[in-house]
Design a protein around this ligand. Structure first.
Ligand code: THU
Length: 137
């Protein structure tokens, strides 16, 4: 059967997770973003011995894409290579993603077993202040 677009993006996130710098948690995560120009930008978690300085896969993918000049993001996939459950973005990443992605942006996530869950970003962080509280004109 042909690979769906979601499966393609998940496969790229899974591949990226294999390069994670997860020296302390051994919990490898990858993320892949489909950009408006058709390109796919990936990232992985980068940990630090000062644990709080760790950056999640979702943010390395997004910040790398922005630094490379991308600005239009169509969907994102996240894979927790060592996760027993499909791994959704953490709260901090949800906040960061809403800065650059619309509430209806599909978010696909998966874990060890390969099952894929798809939701919209607005379901993960409803009523975000950038999109949902515009002053009345
Ligand atoms: N992590 C991510 O990269 N993305 C998530 O959505 C959840 C957590 C990373 C951060 C840390 O390196 C490791 O997973 C354990 O929390």
């Amino acid at each position: 059967m042909a690979q769906s677009r979601a499966e393609e993006l998940i496969a790229r996130a899974r591949q990226a997770a294999a390069s994670a710098y997860a020296r302390y948690s051994h919990f490898r995560v990858g993320a892949a973003l489909r950009c408006g120009d058709g390109s796919i930008m990936t990232g992985f978690n980068i940990e630090n011995r000062s644990f709080g300085l760790t950056v999640c896969a979702e943010r390395t993918a997004l910040f790398g894409a922005l630094a490379a000049g991308k600005s239009d993001f169509k969907e994102i996939a996240v894979v927790g290579l060592d996760s027993e459950v499909p791994l959704p973005p953490c709260g901090a990443c949800r906040q960061v993603l809403t800065e650059f992605m619309a509430p209806d942006t599909p978010v696909h996530f998966s874990g060890k077993d390969g099952k894929i869950v798809t939701v919209r970003l607005g379901q993960l962080l409803p009523n975000d202040s950038l999109h949902d509280f515009e002053p009345r004109s």
